[in-house]
Design a protein around this ligand. Structure first.
Ligand code: G6P
Length: 608
């Protein structure tokens, strides 16, 4: 949600801003704008709709001249998507231009106060108060104004600010919203994430909350709120430009599905040494693990679905009670947590507002926080006691695939690591589990080789109005993800049900020709799921069964079968989910949907 890019250097800023914003489109937006200093004043161009509208309006940026500027893609929260509500926002005199990602929670009282002082508001946004606050506090020193502004605003913000009286520099700050600084050769950048600037530089600074950065063409200085300079460590991102490009694929989603074997290898291999799981990244000792009273897993969307798998796996392997909750509920349910509880927070982006707030809630109760995050240096990673990164690389498609898969891999590593420390596994079981984890990337590769089988099935069912997914235990957990994948990108109504629960109501929705995708991969509950398949078949359902190569009885009951390789029972979700991702993708593709940017959705949900 909302993307920011800023540039200062020797080149024309506007084309670079538009290019950077195009890399942030995946975050979700409904309008875009840029502001450029044109040697005299700040020139602003904004447009509702896709970035292409802004590009056309500005002749691909050539119509707005100047080598310093800021750009923004806006996902509407305060006020409808419109030209006037788009960023950048100007202060009344036109001296300041501001782009903002986040929410200013006290904007109503600030707006009243500023209106009382004669400031006129033209938009419905919370951001406009920031532009006017700059004007109000400005006494010739932009840094002073910035400190005063951030002392007044409450909420979350990443801000890029241009001032027409500072033609050779611009200023930025972040708190609980993402922003990195890119360090180039005679040019410097800010951006919501590195994908926007990878083409120009891979050297970056991560900013901590309320660090203010002053960017000039040939220097970048970071200050704390006391205006003392902070010496930052430079990070070099090892992703190359192709990581954020489609590379010949029609959609990022398919590229990312295909990248899963590599993402899994990158996530798993460095953490297995000499037949042992080594989690150097975390400080949890054996004593800490033995003292864990309860584990909470908190996340949103697909990351929550990883958590549902995590509950089954950790409880089975470690015998520690695990509660999984969606973050937006957890934060308001007055959770019963204490300092013997471990809270595992899962997030691809590391910036989901509800997940971050839930983390803070848990921390306030004294819990220890272990997060599983894909974006290095993100707010959730920074706020956690321990972080285990998923090395999935940049994920651009809104519907997650490789991030979900690598989150699962980390859950398995954590479960086996703790189980071993707790003495819950024999050395043989431990070795076998590790061997099976290590073989997952190859098995995923094997499934991907026969993706045309799933494409064929998608061609039979893409006209369905409603599709049900059923399964038990881990198969149920994966059903939830399969159903979400399908509905978010194809807009087909879909629900996931615990197979045994169907007969308590949902089965009344089954009629002639309803497609039921039945997951029956686990050995223990296989026969039970087969019985549920028979129940829906008897009511006219068409059944697509997903099972392993070990199971043969499925052929007798299902109309269509997709087989996955066998593996350790606990690891099956990593394989089961692959045909479901492919099914969602192909159905959406056959329906002509905007697969990478489904309607109404954002990749990165930075509002509550
Ligand atoms: C959005 C995305 C989902 C993602 C969820 C949580 O809804 O579309 O794919 O699972 O946010 O995001 P996070 O970055 O916290 O994993």
């Amino acid at each position: 949600m909302c993307g920011i890019v800023g540039y200062i250097g020797e080149n024309q800023a506007a084309p670079i801003l538009l290019d950077g914003l195009s890399k942030l489109e995946y975050r979700g937006y409904d309008s875009a704008g840029i502001a450029v200093f044109n040697d005299y004043n700040l020139e602003v161009a904004k447009a509702k709709g896709r970035l292409s509208v802004l590009a056309e309006k500005t002749d691909n940026g050539c119509g707005v001249r100047g080598s310093m500027g800021i750009g923004h893609t806006r996902w509407a929260t305060h006020g409808e998507p419109s030209d006037v509500n788009s960023h950048p926002h100007l202060s009344m005199s036109g001296r300041f231009a501001v782009v903002h990602n986040g929410i200013i929670e006290n904007y109503i009282s600030l707006k009243k106060e500023l209106s009382g002082k004669g400031f006129e508001f033209i938009s419905e946004t919370d951001t406009e108060v920031i532009a006017h606050l700059f004007e109000y506090y400005y006494n010739g020193d932009i840094m002073d104004a910035m400190i005063k502004v951030i002392n007044r605003v409450e909420g979350s913000y990443a801000l890029g600010v241009l001032c027409s009286e500072y033609p050779d520099q611009f200023i930025a700050v972040r708190k609980s919203s993402p922003m990195i600084v890119g360090l180039g050769d005679n040019e410097n950048f800010i951006a919501s994430d590195v994908t926007a600037i990878l083409k120009y530089t891979r050297d970056i600074y991560y900013l901590d909350d309320n660090e203010v950065v002053v960017l000039k063409k040939d220097s970048v200085k970071v200050f704390n709120k006391d205006k003392e300079e902070v010496i930052k460590e430079k990070f070099t991102v090892d992703w190359d430009v192709s990581a954020a490009e489609k590379g010949g694929y029609e959609h990022f989603m398919m590229k990312e599905i295909e990248e899963q074997p590599k993402a899994l290898r990158d996530t798993i291999s460095p953490r297995i040494k000499d037949g042992k799981i080594v989690l150097d990244d975390i400080s949890l000792t054996t004593k800490d693990i033995k003292n864990i009273n309860k584990i909470y897993i908190v996340a949103c969307g697909s990351a929550y679905h990883t958590g549902v798998v995590g509950k089954y796996v950790i409880e089975k392997m470690c015998r520690i009670p695990v509660e999984v909750q969606v973050a937006s509920e957890f934060r308001y349910c007055d959770p019963i947590i204490n300092n013997n509880d471990l809270v595992i927070v899962i997030s691809q982006s590391g910036e989901t507002a509800d997940t971050l707030a839930a983390l803070k809630e848990a921390k306030n109760h004294g819990a220890r926080i272990l997060s599983i995050v894909n974006v290095v240096g993100s707010a959730i990673a920074n706020a956690s006691d321990d972080v285990i990164y998923t090395w999935a690389g940049p994920e651009i498609a809104v519907a997650t695939t490789k991030a979900y898969s690598t989150q699962l891999a980390v859950i398995y590593l954590i479960a086996a690591y703790m189980a071993e420390k707790l003495g819950m596994l024999t050395s043989g079981e431990y070795a076998k589990f590790i061997e099976e984890i290590e073989s997952l990337p190859d098995k995923v590769e094997e499934i991907l080789k026969s993706k045309e089988e799933v494409q064929y099935l998608a061609s039979k069912f893409f006209n369905c109005h409603s599709i049900f997914f059923i399964g038990r235990n881990l198969d149920y957990a994966v059903s939830m993800e399969g159903s979400l994948k399908l509905k978010e990108i194809s807009y087909i109504h879909s629900e996931a049900y615990a197979a045994g629960e169907l007969k308590h109501g949902t089965i009344s929705l089954i009629e002639d020709g309803t497609l039921v995708i039945a997951l029956a991969t686990g050995q223990e509950l296989f026969d039970k799921t087969v019985s549920n398949v028979k129940e829906v078949k008897a009511r006219g359902a068409v059944v697509m069964g997903i099972t392993t190569e070990k199971h043969e009885n499925m052929e007798d009951v299902a109309d269509y079968i997709v087989k996955i390789p066998a593996t350790h029972e606990m690891l099956l979700p990593s394989l089961t989910v692959i045909p479901l991702q492919l099914f969602g993708y192909y159905v959406a593709s056959l329906k002509g949907c905007d697969i990478d940017k489904p309607r109404n959705l954002a990749k990165s949900v930075t509002v509550e």
